[in-house]
Design a protein around this ligand. Structure first.
Ligand code: TXA
Ligand code: MG
Length: 323
């Protein structure tokens, strides 16, 4: 059957038998496989065309299951888990031997998340094992926030898709690691820096570009990511910029710009609504015939931090000189 729509119960059976299934979470859809099974992990990498140096997130369905995959948990990580799990937050912790090197790209740490989506939780519970699940898109593409997005890109190469409707949060989880037991945000996401700070005291945000010669803390945080086919320019448009006739604009709030809004992430300027709409609008605007996608600046606070991080990676640095 194409696309391979399936139920949570059937999905759990497929997963127990080493298959890979796209499942809904509150952030984005994930492509899940048994985290203990290297063959299932290999299928995930293959389906996504993802390089093996980019490790996966392991999903659990109860805080107690953390001890099945992580060797030790710093106090501050425990506090964060208590405050924000289940939810859009991933903790990077020393891994147990039962987690194959393929899942962590050879790193001594494992990224763990307890998602806050009833269907995801049900599938993990029924499968009876932690599930490795990267976002269910082709490598470097925009993450899927509906089952239809998954079907369009991966429908013919995976064993099932469970439709759980649109993802409520819309951007991926916040990834936090704990070098010397101090929290560092490796990827901004659904839990805002302010929320992390409220529990952890202080937090550093890792700038993946700031130290190009230093070690890459999060191997997947590459510079060019989430990039549409059509050039996307993010931010205020310079006065003398050449704008082609087939330009669309993803607006935010009621800002003035060179052309009227084509769609609006949130007319009322609500960052939560903007995050939930971001990827779907990026996909919708990325179509043949469109020459340029303009995106309005978004305030760099709350969920805006995660939106800005993604848009920075999706964008061309400067407007092309001619079209
Ligand atoms: O919201 C989410 O996190 C979604 C849903 C499906 O849970 N998943 C997701 O996975 O966004 P993915 O694979 O697209 O992004 C995972 C990121 C990658 O950038 C990877 O490099 C990083 O997590 N990561 C995984 N394991 C890591 C580790 N041990 N240390 C540092 N970064 C790690
Ligand atoms: Mg991804």
């Amino acid at each position: 059957m194409f696309p391979p729509w399936t139920t949570p119960e059937a999905a759990a059976e497929i997963l127990k038998n080493g298959g890979v299934v796209a499942i809904p979470t509150e952030t984005v859809y994930g492509l899940a496989g048994n985290a203990y099974d290297p063959k299932a992990l290999a299928k995930i990498f293959e389906a996504k065309k993802r390089p093996h140096f980019d490790p996966l997130i392991v999903h659990i369905s109860a805080i107690e299951e953390l001890s099945n995959v992580a060797l030790e948990v710093p106090e501050v990580a425990k506090k964060l888990a208590k405050a924000y799990w289940p939810g859009p937050m991933t903790l990077v912790l020393p891994k147990k031997d039962c987690i194959p090197d393929l899942a962590t790209s050879g790193l001594p740490t494992v990224a763990v998340r307890f998602p806050n989506h009833p269907i995801a939780q049900k599938i993990i519970r029924l499968a009876g094992v932690p599930l490795a699940a990267p976002s269910a898109n082709l490598f470097q593409h925009v993450s899927p926030t509906t089952a239809q997005h998954v079907a369009e890109q991966l429908g013919n190469v995976i064993d099932g898709i469970v439709d759980g409707g649109s993802c409520g949060v819309g951007v991926e989880s916040t990834i936090i690691s704990f070098p010397e037991d101090k929290p560092v945000i490796l990827r901004p996401g659904g839990i805002t820096p302010e929320m992390v700070e409220a529990v952890a005291g202080s937090v550093t945000i890792h700038e993946s570009k700031s130290n190009p010669k230093g070690p890459m803390l999060a191997p997947g945080m590459i510079d060019r990511h989430y990039r549409p086919q059509v050039p996307l320019y993010y931010g205020a448009v310079p006065k003398n910029a050449k704008i082609p006739s087939e330009t669309v604009r993803i607006a935010f709030g009621s800002q003035e710009s060179v052309i009227p809004p084509t769609v609006n992430l949130s007319a009322s300027g609500d960052l939560k609504e903007a995050a939930a709409n971001l990827y779907a609008f990026m996909r919708q605007m990325d179509k043949p015939g469109v020459e340029l996608i303009l995106v309005d600046p978004i305030p760099n606070e709350g969920l805006g931090v995660a939106c800005n991080d993604r848009l920075k990676r999706a964008a061309v640095r400067q407007l092309p000189e001619s079209f």
